[in-house]
Design a protein around this ligand. Structure first.
Ligand code: HEC
Length: 132
């Protein structure tokens, strides 16, 4: 009878221990997921997605690169210069439509009168989100 009791108690402890480790394992996985989903991902931002798609179908990238100066300033530098406010988005969108010059050097930006104000604002929002 004593022997049976001994076996029962040991197996109880073994079960308790193995349960403990699987619970700890689950908790560790859960915290990893939480870290991944709090990352401020541009890919989840609808303004970024819409603007990127519009910029890609227009001629912007023949003169602008994201990280380096080309014929026009790097988009990253434009983002660093202007705060992402409604007023700046409107002002910069007008420059893209009417053409701009004098802020970055001697070369002017060609006007884009064929583009809709609303679409250009989306493009500018994308540019301003590239701030590092
Ligand atoms: C022909 C070359 C060219 C094309 C095409 C072009 N840009 Fe530019 N862009 C420039 C130049 C040059 C400047 C700098 C103008 C200045 O010095 O004020 C500029 C400046 C800008 C600025 C900053 C304006 C300011 O006043 O600081 C934004 C925003 C911008 N471009 C967005 C765009 C977008 C969006 C497109 C596509 C619809 C586009 N550009 C297409 C050459 C170009």
């Amino acid at each position: 009878m004593k022997k049976v009791l001994f076996i029962l108690t040991t197996s109880f402890f073994v079960m308790a221990c193995s349960n403990g480790t699987t619970e700890a394992g689950k908790a560790a996985d859960g915290s990893k997921e939480a870290v991944a989903s709090t990352g401020n991902s541009l890919a989840d931002n609808p303004d970024y997605q819409k603007g990127l798609a519009l910029v890609a179908t227009s001629d912007c990238l023949t003169c602008h690169k994201i990280n380096e100066k080309n014929i026009g300033p790097a988009y990253k530098d434009v983002a660093a210069k202007y705060e992402n406010t409604d007023a700046n988005v409107k002002m910069l969108a007008e420059k893209v439509i009417k053409g701009g010059s004098g802020n970055w050097g001697a070369i002017p930006m060609t006007p884009h009168p064929q583009l809709k104000q609303e679409d250009v604002e989306a493009m500018v929002k994308y540019v301003l989100l590239l701030k590092k």
